[in-house]
Structure formats: C-alpha cells, structure tokens
Design a binder for this molecule. Structure first.
Ligand SMILES: Cc1cc2nc3c(=O)[nH]c(=O)nc-3n(C[C@H](O)[C@H](O)[C@H](O)COP(=O)(O)OP(=O)(O)OC[C@H]3O[C@@H](n4cnc5c(N)ncnc54)[C@H](O)[C@@H]3O)c2cc1C
Ligand SMILES: Cc1ncc(C[n+]2csc(CCOP(=O)(O)OP(=O)(O)O)c2C)c(N)n1
Length: 599
C-alpha cells in the first residue's frame, strides 16, 4: 500500500448564510453529518476545545477509554464487526503517539478508521512546545493519508475527505491532526457538497479483457484453488464469492484475515492455508495449477518461502490496490478492481466460457478429499492434567454459534480460535493478522459490541495479551458494554514458548508469566476482573467449561471474564516452519494428531 502526504482539500467558497462555528464545533458537526454515532477517545489540552461541544451532541456517543491504544483498537473492532468506519480521538504528543500501534495495525489489516488528534498552536509548531509531536510525520508510513488542519475553515473538508479515503478503495487508517488555534477560531461552517480528491480514483470496475483471460484459465485448469483473502470481507463480497465457488466447483481456502468470508461448513472449503493452516489447504495451494487470489496478498505466513510457493501454478490476482499485484508473486492475469464487481463479472465470464459443460476436476477433488480424511484438524490431550486450550475454545464456538463475534489476541490462542471455531459469516472473526498486535482483543471486542450490541461478543485472549489492554474493562463496565472475555491462561507467552520448544531446545528464556500456577498468580485474573466490576470465574476442569460459558452467555448486565487455566505444553499444529517451502507441511504431517494416533 502506498501512503500519501498531508494535504487539506481547498475549503469551498464562503457563503454569507453559513452558520458561524468554532473549528471544534465543526469537528462535531462534521461527524454528525457523516452519520457517525460512536467515537472512542480520551481528552487532553490540545483537543480540549473539541471535547466541549462533544458534550452537547445528542447524536454522538463518546466512549472514554483508559488508554488511547484502546481507542484505536476499539475503532478497528467497530469497523471490522460492522463494515463502517471507526473513529478514535486523542490529544497531542503522548495521546497521539499512544494511537500509533493501533494505526499501524489498521494499516496492515486494511481497516477503515479515522483518528482525530489535537495539535499544539500553529504558532508553536516546531518549537518543541509542551506535548508537541509531529504525529503526521510519525504516522506517514502507516496511514493511507493524513491531514494537518491549521485553519478552522479546512476542518469540514478534511474530515469529509478522511472518511471518504478511509472507507473507499483499499480501506485504511486516516489521520486528521488539528491545531488548537484552528479548533478555537470561529468561521462559517460550510459542508463540502462533493468530495473531489485530485488523483484519488480507486478502480472499481475491472478490465473486461482481463476478466475473460481469467475465465479461460479457470475453464481449463485441472487443479484450481480460490485463494480467498481479507479483501473479500472488506468489499462485502461473500455472496458473490459463494456464487463463483459453486459455479466453478473449485476448492476454497480462506486466509487468517478471511475466516468467515466463505462458510466453514461448505463442502468446498478446505480451511485456512499457511504456517498454521490445514494440511489440505496448504497442499492445495502448493500443488495447484491455477491460483485465483481474491483480495489476498501472498503474505509470507501463507506462502512460506515465496520462491518455492506453488511452483506449477498460474496466478490470477484480483486486488483493488494495484501496488499489491505482482508484489510478491508475478501475476499471469492481473485484475485491478473491487471484488464485489469482479466476482460477478468473473462468474458470468466463466459461465460463458464453459457453457453447460463444467471443467472436470474430479481427480483433484479425490486427492484433496483424501488429504481431508487423512489430516483432519485435531489435538491431543495434554499430559500434565491441565485443560486443553483447544477444547475450551472449541466449546466457546459451539455454545455461542455463528452469529457471535470473536475477537482474538495474538499468539497460540489466536491460531486455535481461527482453527477450532467455525465461522459461517463475514465480520464474525476479528484479529490482528498483519501486525500481530498483542493487546488487540479486549478493546476490539469492546468496539465490536458498541457497533453490534445485539450480538454476543467474545474476546478470546492470552494471559500475556490480556495484560496489555485489560484496563478497557473499566470502560466496558462504566459504559455498559457487556463483552465476554475468555483468558486462555497457559501462564506463559505461549507462542514464543512454542518456538523455544521447537527451535531453541526448550530453553524457556523469559516466557513464564506466572499467571496460572496454583500458588502464584500474578495477577489473579479473577480478583482483577472483580476489581473492575466484572463477573469473574475461574475454570480448571473440562467438566466445568460448559457451565461457565453458559453463565457468560446468560450474563448481559456487565462484562464477564473467565480465567481458563490450561496446559502450557499444548502446541499449535499443523506448522510449517518459517522461511521454508510449504512442502514442509510434511513436518506438520509428522506432528499432526492424526499421525500421532497412527504412530
Ligand atoms: C501469530 C500469527 C500467525 C499467523 N499465521 C497465519 C497462517 O497460518 N495463515 C494465514 O493465512 N495467515 C496467518 N497470519 C496472518 C498473516 O500475517 C497475514 O495477516 C494474512 O495472511 C494476510 O491475509 P490476506 O492475504 O487475506 O490479506 P489482507 O491483509 O486481509 O489484505 C487484504 C487485501 O485485499 C485487498 N482489498 C481490500 N479491499 C478490497 C476490495 N474491495 N476489492 C479487492 N481487493 C480488496 C487489499 O488491497 C489487500 O491487498 C498469522 C498472523 C499471526 C499474528
Ligand atoms: C505487542 C507485541 N509484543 C510482542 C509480540 C510477540 N509475541 C507474539 S505471540 C506472543 C505471546 C503471546 O502470549 P499470550 O498472550 O499469553 O498468548 P499465547 O501465545 O500464550 O496463547 C508474543 C510475545 C507481539 N506479537 N506483540
């Protein structure tokens, strides 16, 4: 993705009938006009003028977070669950820099969020003024665009443009930094009649010739795979994907960012590819003769060593961002466009190319079905007598069902939540894929629950991740945002420990967190959650898992936190080690539960 420099659209011509508003009032009015209903933030000196009119708004609900990183991830969770643009507000200097991690996260995962920050007086900029930070400069490589408004008249245009840029084309984070004098000055409020951004024209409709070329390849391929990425969810194209998949009969894999884009229960679905993907999904990509990449960016966690990835495959690569195409793997047929349109066109072209006689890919399916039978996802029971984390996560999914929303942290629990919860619809699975940001889960779940109050929202978190942002439980309790938190407590930085087990001879340098032992629990998560006003439970035996989940599902007057004490020795399988060919899924075969059972 390419990042743009700060620029503010020219304000429209002045009109004598326009009401006089301060820049701060213009911020609030602009958000109202854009239909924003919820914002997450925390005030400070440089953004104080905006907080004053915010208090009077009857249309905007401001949720006061406990840390600005929480505001950023909440905005991401809001966006991921609803498809709408999330909003975070912070003051200058440390308030703004506390947003940086969430902005980087949103950039990596193409999340539409708008961050509004206060800046010091324009006359003080560049003088190392109190709480001055060049947040536009700091975030330039991690925003889709940033604006610096130094004049109140620029504010409505900048905010309107920020929303347009964040939510169209390849979605992403946009920053609007506003000096304090711009917030205080009074000017006529003029709402831009139309957003016209020179040079910004995302291509939506793909080139017909390219579509035809892709359809021809699909019509003749013997081993095709639809390699489905997060772009399908961002574009809201799941229904169109289902139609193309069923017309072609091709196998489908969904990346970590695309879980739910295609129903897990569908017989053509092989699951997630990549480092911790299923054996059939990994080998389908590796041995395909045609990859149709749909809003997927050939991430190294998916390709393994890129030079050895899918050596016999031709590639059709569809993406709305031309910078993604052929970035990692040269595309034989590049297609730039919005998937919602491209999938419809491709389906029509495929039907035109094949007529009633569909291509025969029975042999391919027979091979893949064999892999499915031989290597189902599974797990073995830990030998230390502690609970299996996979079991706990699987039961959360089974008892909650596909209408729930699941926001994971980063680590082993994230992979198990991707593997063992069944996703049947888009926007149900929220996680930090590209940046892998520990601390994402609780605030993202909070944002999701604000966006989708009628859905059950789980934060599935690790004991390490939880300790990075759990203070947002206070925000949830005070604002009546009844999320459910499952801490998959293996008393360690489990994913790092897993690598130490496999690649560092079991030398566990600095990965023991002391959160789950019988005598030492630092902190005691039950006491911590109770201190915040949550309902808190601890579960140590598998026979108590269902009852605790049921209690959580029945409790809607406050957040629920369940401390599930699980084995530290459980491993995420399958696994393709970093930087090798995906054919090393052989390695995964040797360690898969199916293999264990046979051995
Ligand atoms: C611990 C850990 C382990 C991981 N292991 C795995 C793993 O085993 N397997 C795995 O898959 N991932 C794994 N990941 C995630 C991985 O790092 C990447 O984030 C992920 O693979 C990228 O997903 P994607 O290719 O679907 O692209 P995304 O990051 O979802 O990108 C979406 C693409 O779609 C495009 N797009 C957006 N909107 C549209 C539109 N309207 N029309 C067309 N295109 C659009 C964008 O331009 C972009 O190129 C792991 C992450 C972590 C933290
Ligand atoms: C902010 C941040 N710091 C460090 C890491 C590196 N890291 C990846 S997974 C992981 C362990 C996470 O531990 P925990 O939350 O307990 O989850 P588990 O793996 O045990 O399920 C770490 C430290 C990271 N991804 N993000």
């Amino acid at each position: 993705m390419s990042s743009d420099t700060a620029a503010v659209p020219r304000p429209p011509a002045r009109s004598s009938s326009a009401p006089l508003l301060t820049g701060a009032q213009a911020v609030v009015r602009s958000l109202e006009l854009l239909g924003v209903t919820d914002v997450f933030g925390l005030p400070g000196g440089a953004i104080l003028p905006v907080y004053d009119p915010l208090m009077d708004s009857t249309e905007l609900r401001h949720i006061l977070v406990r840390h600005e990183q929480g505001a950023g991830h909440a905005a991401e969770g809001y966006a991921a669950a609803s498809g709408k643009t999330g909003v975070a507000i912070a003051t200058s200097g440390p308030g703004a820099t506390n947003l940086v991690t969430a902005i980087a996260d949103a950039y990596m995962d193409s999340m539409p969020i708008v961050c509004i920050t206060g800046q010091v007086f324009s006359t003080l900029m560049g003088t190392d003024a109190f709480q001055e930070a060049d947040i536009v400069g700091i975030t330039m490589p991690i925003t889709k665009h940033s604006f610096l408004a130094k004049d109140a008249s620029e504010i409505p245009g900048a905010i309107a443009a920020a929303f347009e840029i964040a939510s169209t084309g390849r979605p992403g984070p946009v920053l609007v930094d506003i000096t304090k004098d711009a917030q205080q000055a009074e000017v006529p409020f003029i709402w831009p009649p139309k957003i016209d951004l020179p040079g910004y024209r995302p291509v939506v409709k793909a080139h017909g010739k390219q579509i035809q070329a892709a359809a021809q390849l699909l019509a003749t391929a013997k081993k095709p795979v639809l390699y489905v990425g997060g772009g399908v969810i961002r574009s809201g194209a799941s229904a169109e994907l289902l139609r193309l998949a069923e017309s072609t009969g091709a196998p489908v894999v969904t990346t970590l960012m695309a879980r739910g884009a295609f129903p897990d229960s569908h017989p053509q679905h092989l699951g997630m590819p990549g480092m911790h993907g299923t054996v059939p999904a990994v080998l389908a990509l590796q041995e395909a003769d045609l990859l149709i990449a749909l809003g997927a960016r050939f991430d190294d966690r998916v390709t393994g060593k890129a030079a050895l990835f899918a050596p016999d495959a031709q590639v059709v690569h569809v993406d709305i961002d031309p910078a993604e195409i052929s970035k990692i793997r040269t595309a034989d047929v590049p297609i730039v466009g919005d998937l919602r349109e491209v999938l419809v066109d491709l389906d029509a072209a495929f039907s035109g190319a094949t007529g009633a006689a569909k291509p025969d890919i029975a042999e391919w399916w027979s091979y893949l079905d064999g892999l499915r039978d031989e290597f189902p996802l599974g797990y073995s029971q830990p030998s230390d007598g502690l609970m299996s984390p996979q079991y706990v996560i699987q039961r959360i999914g089974e008892l909650t069902g596909p209408e729930g929303i699941y926001a994971a942290g980063v680590g082993q629990h994230q992979m198990w939540a991707a593997q063992f919860i069944k996703y049947e619809r888009p926007n149900a699975w929220l996680n930090s894929g590209g940046a892998g940001t520990m601390g994402y889960s609780v605030p993202a779940a909070m944002g999701a629950k604000v966006a989708e109050p009628d859905r059950v929202v789980w934060a599935i978190d690790g004991d390490g991740c939880f300790q990075m942002t759990n203070q947002e439980l206070a925000t949830c309790v005070i604002n009546q945002i009844p999320i459910k938190v499952a801490i998959i407590n293996n008393s360690s930085l489990g994913m790092v420990r897993q690598w130490q087990t496999l690649f560092y001879d079991g030398r566990y340098s600095n990965t023991d967190l002391n959160t789950g032992h019988d005598t030492v629990r630092i902190p005691d998560f039950v006491k911590l959650a109770e201190a915040y006003g949550c309902l808190a439970l601890r579960v140590e035996k598998e026979e108590d898992v269902d009852a605790a989940i049921q209690t959580a599902l029945e409790t809607n007057d406050r957040p629920v936190v369940i401390d599930f004490v699980v084995s530290a020795d459980a491993m995420v399988w399958p696994m393709v080690p970093q930087g090798v060919s995906n054919s090393y899924v052989q390695y995964a075969r040797e360690h898969s539960p199916a293999f264990d059972q046979e051995a």
